[in-house]
Design a protein around this ligand. Structure first.
Ligand code: FES
Length: 74
């Protein structure tokens, strides 16, 4: 699904940029070699950044027992 209609940037490209360390609207564009134009996608991208950060925070606090590799090693 397209996130930015001006540049043609899609959801996969945004997620890839986030996994590579992008943490702002501008950084997402930069990592994809693109430039924002109208800015209508800003809220959507900021929402995806927040979601990514929340997911990363949730994973950081996961108990080791929920990790199948650590359970297998016991
Ligand atoms: S929709 Fe992203 S800059 Fe216009």
């Amino acid at each position: 699904m397209y996130v930015c209609l001006c540049s043609g940037m899609n959801c996969r490209q945004v997620k890839q940029a986030l996994s590579e360390g992008a943490r702002s609207h501008a950084q997402v564009f930069l990592r994809n070699g693109l430039r924002p134009s109208c800015g209508r996608c800003r809220d959507t991208i900021v929402g995806m950044i927040d979601e990514h950060a929340a997911q990363a925070g949730a994973n950081d606090g996961a108990p080791a027992a929920l990790d199948p590799l650590s359970v297998a090693a016991e």
